[in-house]
Design a protein around this ligand. Sequence first.
Ligand code: CA
Length: 403
Amino acid sequence: MTGPLVPPGHLFGLDTLPYGSFRRGDDPRPRVGVAIGDSVLDLGAAAADLLPGRAGLFQQGDLGGLLGAGPRVWAEVRSAVREWLGAPELDERVRAALHPARDVTMLLPFAVADYVDFYSSKDHASNVGRIFRPDSPPLPPNWTSLPSGYHGRAGTVVPSGTPIVRPRGQRRTPEGEVVFGASTRLDVEAELGFVVGTPSALGTPVPMAGFAEHVFGVCLVNDWSARDIQAWETVPLGPFLGKSFATSISSWVVPLAALDAARVRPPARDPRPLPYLDDTGLEPWGLDLAFELRVNGDVVSRPPFATTYWTGPQQLAHMTVNGACLRTGDLFASGTVSGPEKGQRGCLLELTWGGAEPFRLSDGTSRTFLEDGDEVVIAATAPGPAGGRLGLGEVRGVVVASR
Ligand code: CA
């Protein structure tokens, strides 16, 4: 390795230290890694020498062991890694466990247990309401009383880079005919995912104040959506095959501990939520994250996460208030992140207003929805301590033709 471990301005510095799962070369064994600059630290290898009491957490090669160990261990491991990688002279055993990021293959960071997708951006929900139900009020009557959500398909959550096969299904044509075929309105949704570490008991709700006890960190989510399939199937029971064909997540999970400088007051709520959702007197969990949505390399939108109406703690409290339990590896996503401006909308449905307003790419072509071969990247950054910025990485996927 030559040059500094963290090039100046790199988004994976000592204040980020995200966790992922990777393999090296032809070796099929998965390993737990920490990203630092353009390198990946083999955490299991380093811990075997330097933190032997915790090395067992990394043996299975994904984040499962660490996630289930709870916040005291999360802090201990992060502190140790920071010390190893921040040392003026790297320990030889740390140096030996560092690999160039370009030489590793990233894997799904954790086995996804249950997957819930929320709908927590007021701008997104209002826009979708106006597009799909132009003759009704944009928001359903319950929207400002509870964080709306649905249970998604955990088994089709895939790691960044997985090709996305265009789904087939039923749709209804504008003339009212029901037909079957490849989706013609394939879309994306830029979202933030919350990764659950500490489980909870069946029958015992988790209050908002339990958020940092149970949630380990965040990842980026692309909730691929077939709008034509979705529009036809969604009444009366909500999203089904229009969403369940694939959901991509970023390779790196950023621990909540890295997001202290990003925490801001969430937007004012009207009406005031019921007590189990009223966060007025609690530490704020709005997050000032800057998202980018790119299609074939062009930035088509910059959604601001700070405008999201319902926070992670509110989503967690609502998701468990009926007594549903949490499992290690549960993933719950924010819902599409959209801000009030047109250039801040987190999906193509909104950006093109239901396909009525195509946008142009720098190669001269235009889009309403995605074409085969299109590559979508969702990336995000957050304020770091001392005025810097840190990265949440990216989630990437290319659309391939139906099989
Ligand atoms: Ca979604």
